[in-house]
Ligand binder design. Structure first.
Ligand code: HXC
Length: 512
């Protein structure tokens, strides 16, 4: 009979073995490429000693291509639960040292298990992806595993936050599951996303493209808009995920966590008095306003490299997490186009799903004209932003700093589509269009230069100001710029217990 010592020793050896994944050589290769292993990543992501691993001993059950001769405990995914700043999260990390982190039926079941637990317990799921996609040797079993994950991604959407980090070369199913989740992080020079790689592309379309150009971090952060954040390395990426989690509730039944606020809610900023130039055609940086009003000037920007004419991201005001959506007059005059509309719409819907109040800062000359935009479907894509704001039932607070022209006035969380508090600066211009454009349409070449100038001045005095909208009650209050922080915090306080529900329905039909 085995002595207890022997039993424990055997267990200890098995435990040690599981930590090695695909072996020391493959681990060295991963490190050489600038990446961390699955376990190293989890240890950095979670609070120290908080990780509880599940299914450490799972093995694949496939036999084709002699794969049964190669079995590695855990089968290429490390999964379980642990804490971030004391709050529970579920996590899985694909282990590239085991069959390239590919998905087998057995390791898909591990991911499915923690996804189901996360939904039952109402806690976020964080996926650390580093995978060549479906494990070829397992055929349809692997595809079934992916479909099981996709199905859960969709059912969890809007119920618990789902965060994905892409931390290596990810192909096929390894990108479609992240695509359904709320936020995607990528790491420069080591992470890639593509449906088919450069070699397949060359065969099918004869296009030649490098991995970096096709699916590198900047391609997806600046060009495709698939990813939301870039980090310089794995460590920074994991710290960014921790920071993001601090703004989010654990599930859609909770409010986002209040932070400790050491920043005076009544703090005034004289600099804001001159931020918006008197000349309506002069740009300024909306980020200065965001940083000025946010607690300790902390703004966690989402998609900072994509469609920079709109700014989105998280901040805290008086300790309370908020989602900020702001036109950026320093980029394309803050115009709304296809990409900025889609970027803004998805963020608004995320905030609404997770009870995060929306602060909307408006300086928008309208929608971008042109055939590229029209043929690309600006009508449909612009409508997404309109739909998202109108559908949102969280507290909605809007501040017009300067231009709010045309349809863009309506879209940018106007009173008419359900905003709760609408502020304007004295510099605001709320009208169907800018003075010069309006006069040229109203009088169509009938005026001398002098008359034209007079008509423009008249239009500006009559319409291009906040007073008309304030007379009608569409603007609740015109405020001094220096008071912005206090006013926003007071509005958040006032709307804190807002309770509003959309009519019962299966789901709406957002113009996709
Ligand atoms: C089985 C795989 C694999 C796969 C990689 N490996 N991909 N094993 N199935 N899909 C194995 C390799 O044989 C190798 O094993 C190890 O993982 C590391 O792979 P390398 O090629 O050496 O690494 P690297 O050069 O870094 O290239 C990584 C890669 C490349 C870019 C991911 O391996 C690749 O292109 N793989 C195929 C990707 C793909 O087409 N996947 C199927 C997608 S379809 P050893 O033993 O040498 O360490 C899909 C369907 C889902 O996912 C449905 C979507 C809707």
């Amino acid at each position: 009979m085995n002595s207890l010592d022997n039993i424990y020793q055997q267990f200890e050896e098995k435990e040690k073995q599981t930590l090695l994944g695909g072996g020391i050589e493959r681990i060295a290769k991963i490190h050489k490429s600038g990446r961390l292993t699955a376990r190293e990543r989890i240890n950095l992501l979670l609070d120290p000693d908080s990780f509880n691993e599940l299914d450490k001993y799972v093995l694949h059950r496939a036999t084709d291509f002699d794969i049964d001769k190669q079995k590695i405990t855990g089968d290429g995914v490390v999964s379980g639960y642990g804490k971030i700043d004391g709050r529970m999260v579920y996590v899985f990390a694909q282990d590239f040292t085991v069959f390239g982190g590919t998905l087998s039926r057995a390791n898909a079941d591990k991911i499915v298990k923690i996804m189901d637990l996360a939904m039952k317990m109402g806690a976020p799921v964080i996926g650390l992806n580093d995978s060549g996609g479906a494990r070829i040797q397992e055929g349809v079993q692997s595809l079934a595993g992916y479909a099981d994950i996709f199905y859960r991604n969709v059912r969890s959407s809007g119920v618990i936050p789902q965060i994905s980090a892409i931390l290596g070369p990810c192909a096929g199913g390894a990108v479609y599951s992240p695509a359904i989740t709320d936020f995607i992080f990528m790491v420069k020079n080591t992470s890639y996303m593509f449906v088919t790689g450069p070699e397949v592309i060359k065969t099918v379309t004869h296009e030649e493209v490098t991995m970096e150009e096709l699916g590198g971090a900047m391609s997806h952060n600046a060009k495709s808009g698939v990813a939301h954040f870039t980090a310089d390395n794995d460590e920074q990426c994991l710290m960014m995920i921790r920071e993001l989690m601090g703004f989010l509730p654990s599930n859609n039944m909770e409010d986002p966590p209040m932070g400790v606020c050491n920043d005076d809610a009544n703090r005034e900023d004289e600099k804001l008095q001159t931020l918006v130039p008197a000349d309506p055609n002069k740009p300024y940086d909306m980020k200065e306003l965001i940083l000025s009003v946010s607690d300790e000037s902390v703004f966690f920007e989402v998609m900072p490299h994509y469609a920079q004419n709109i700014i989105i991201g998280f901040a805290r005001l008086g300790g309370r997490p908020v989602g900020i959506v702001a036109n950026q007059p320093a980029m394309l005059a803050g115009v709304l186009d296809i990409n900025s509309s889609v970027k803004g719409a998805r963020f608004v819907r995320f905030c609404d799903a997770f009870n995060i109040p929306l602060i909307t800062l408006v300086d928008v000359p309208g929608f971008l004209p042109g055939t590229t935009q029209e043929f690309g479907g600006i009508i449909k894509h612009g409508a997404k932003l309109l739909y998202a704001f109108a559908e949102a039932t969280v507290p909605k607070i809007t501040l017009i700093t300067r231009k709010a022209y045309g349809g863009a006035y309506d879209v940018m969380s106007s009173k008419h589509i359900g905003a709760d508090v609408n502020y304007a600066y004295p510099t605001a211009e709320i009208a169907v269009m800018g003075p010069a454009g309006a006069v040229s349409i109203l009088y169509r070449g009938k005026l001398s230069n002098k008359q034209k100038k007079e008509a423009i001045d008249y239009y500006r005095d009559t319409f291009a100001n906040p007073y008309k909208a304030a007379e009608l009650g569409y603007i609740d209050e015109i405020i001094y710029p220096k008071q912005t922080r206090r006013k926003l915090i007071e509005a958040l306080e006032m709307t804190k217990n807002k309770s509003l529900a959309n009519p019962p329905k299966k789901h709406g039909n957002i113009p996709l």
